[in-house]
Design a binder for this molecule. Structure first.
Ligand code: NI
Ligand code: MN
Length: 224
């Protein structure tokens, strides 16, 4: 399977002709290298409702017919736009013909686009025989270790930018807790407050032996 970094927290997963988008904030994303209109999708997965994650979700879903999976309250609002939704809540798993997606806890804040307060989440995705854990926007907390206790995480998408999430030093500990083979950093260098040194992060995680870190520039892909 292929994981393309679209910039910020946005990723495109493709396998066997299926395309899954995570947190497709493209329009207004200063580091994006694609246009929202160029993306295809069978499913769109949201960690939470902040604009830098929700982004182009409704426009892409309307154009492509993609199903949107988000926490109950966000799914409810998106459903009102005439988009097909899956409204999992914490711990819930949606199954697809290409795999599954479970919503996990994250420590952050979140509102729906219309302002309703909801909890934020992370996403544990099984696709193409791989387990991919997108941590969402979160602080460091010990239960980041739980998904890997159920089934080993192959690839973790970990925020490292600080300010709105854990910083790169806490993200080293997160890499240890999650226990993935490969870590792809995200949610950094998009805006000045979340600028960080991804190479230093890679050096520290790899020196500790916690994981291999694959730094992707926006537009670059990793073949899993
Ligand atoms: Ni957020
Ligand atoms: Mn964010």
């Amino acid at each position: 399977m292929k994981i393309r970094f679209l910039g910020h927290a946005a990723f495109e997963l493709t396998h066997d002709g299926v395309t899954v988008l995570i947190d497709p904030f493209i329009t207004g994303n200063p580091v994006a290298t694609v246009k929202a209109e160029e993306l295809s999708a069978d499913a769109i997965l949201l960690t939470h409702g902040h604009e830098d994650h929700y982004g182009d979700t409704v426009a892409i879903a309307k154009r492509t017919g993609a199903t949107v999976q988000a926490i109950t309250e966000i799914a409810g609002e998106i459903g009102e736009e005439g988009v097909e939704t899956i409204d999992t809540n914490m711990g819930g798993t949606a199954t697809y013909d290409w795999g599954s997606v479970r919503l996990t806890q994250a420590f952050h804040t979140s509102t729906t686009p219309k302002g309703t307060v909801t909890p934020p989440g992370g996403l544990v995705i099984e696709m193409g025989g791989k387990v991919i854990y997108h941590l969402g926007d979160t602080a460091l907390f010990s239960d980041l270790a739980l998904p890997g206790q159920r089934k080993k995480v192959d690839i973790a998408l970990i925020p490292i930018g600080g300010h709105y999430t854990m910083d790169r030093e806490d993200a080293v500990v997160a890499a240890k807790l999650v226990g993935a083979d490969v870590v792809i950093p995200q949610h950094y260098d998009t805006f000045p407050p979340i600028a960080t040194d991804a190479q230093a992060y890679k050096s520290e995680v790899e020196a500790a032996g916690y994981a291999r870190v694959e730094i992707l520039e926006p537009g670059q892909s990793y073949e899993a």
